[in-house]
Design a protein around this ligand. Structure first.
Ligand SMILES: CC(C)(COP(=O)(O)OP(=O)(O)OC[C@H]1O[C@@H](n2cnc3c(N)ncnc32)[C@H](O)[C@@H]1OP(=O)(O)O)[C@@H](O)C(=O)NCCC(=O)NCCS
Length: 169
């Protein structure tokens, strides 16, 4: 895909970002083929809960990186990352609309989060993925993230988490 842009969305400050991101987030995170990889319970993400997160993300240094169509501003990919001087950088979730998968968008969003971590002076970036999420596992390995530990029975169906880290030059 060529005609799209990546940018940071700041819903806490920008009402347009709030409405755009809220609608895209609920659609992407609750898509039946996505939710099993993005939720701990399998229950849908609700608008009041997500709005609450978006209205307070700056104090917890959570950034939302988005991929959007250049002409229409339609958001079709979102990456959520947290940056902490104490705990480091973590990708909390990344999701792409089902009809936009397999076009390199997830990879671009993760590469952008790596660039953000580097620019902010961090030495590593981490994330955690369900052990049966083969697409994401493959993607992380292709970007030279290393598996560092397992956390057992984290999913509602008993699936384990694989924790990954990429060390930055
Ligand atoms: C995981 C996810 C974010 C990847 O985004 P994407 O835009 O589909 O992925 P990309 O097109 O960037 O593909 C990147 C890599 O994924 C792998 N991949 C892509 N399509 C694939 C497919 N159909 N089957 C298997 N692997 C595939 C490939 O390794 C690919 O790398 P390559 O192009 O160098 O071969 C997306 O599939 C998604 O939203 N999944 C549901 C939510 C989720 O699982 N999030 C991750 C947990 S936080």
């Amino acid at each position: 895909m060529s005609n799209y842009k990546l940018r940071e969305c700041i819903p806490e400050k920008n009402p347009n970002d709030m409405e755009q991101l809220l609608s895209a987030y609920l659609t992407i995170w609750n898509a039946p083929e996505n939710i099993k990889f993005l939720s701990l319970t399998g229950k849908p993400f609700t608008e009041p809960q997500v709005r609450e997160w978006f209205s307070k993300h700056l104090s917890s240094v959570v950034k939302y990186l988005i991929a959007e169509e250049a002409s229409t501003d339609k958001i079709f990919g979102i990456l959520v990352m947290s940056l902490s001087n104490l705990n480091g950088v973590n990708i909390g979730g990344v999701g792409v609309l089902p009809e936009y998968k397999g076009k390199g968008i997830g990879k671009k969003l993760i590469q952008e989060s790596i660039a953000v971590a580097q620019k902010e002076g961090f030495k590593a970036i981490g994330t955690q993925v369900y052990a049966n999420n083969f697409r994401m596992l493959k993607l992380l390995l292709s970007l030279e993230f290393m598996p560092v530990r397992m956390e057992h029975n984290m999913g509602f169906d008993g699936t384990d988490f694989v924790h990954f880290k990429k060390y930055l030059q």
